[in-house]
Design a protein around this ligand. Structure first.
Ligand SMILES: [Zn+2]
Length: 63
């Protein structure tokens, strides 16, 4: 199980997919959605909409 490198929370598949999508596909350390939102200045709601968009688009990082 991966943990967020910033806050130490256990990461979900979505957290990891979002990090890969937003930061780097080759990433080996990840942040949770909340920390990524802080980092990119997004709201949590916006991030979740983006994730559902990526899923709808069939993005392999979220399958
Ligand atoms: Zn975090």
């Amino acid at each position: 199980m991966f943990k967020c490198i910033k806050c130490g929370r256990d990461l979900t598949h979505d957290d990891i997919g979002f990090h890969k999508k937003m930061v780097s596909r080759g990433a080996e350390e990840f942040m949770c959605i909340d920390c990524l939102c802080d980092y990119f200045g997004l709201t949590r709601e916006k991030a979740e909409k983006m994730i559902s968009g990526f899923k709808r688009a069939g993005c392999s990082l979220f399958s």
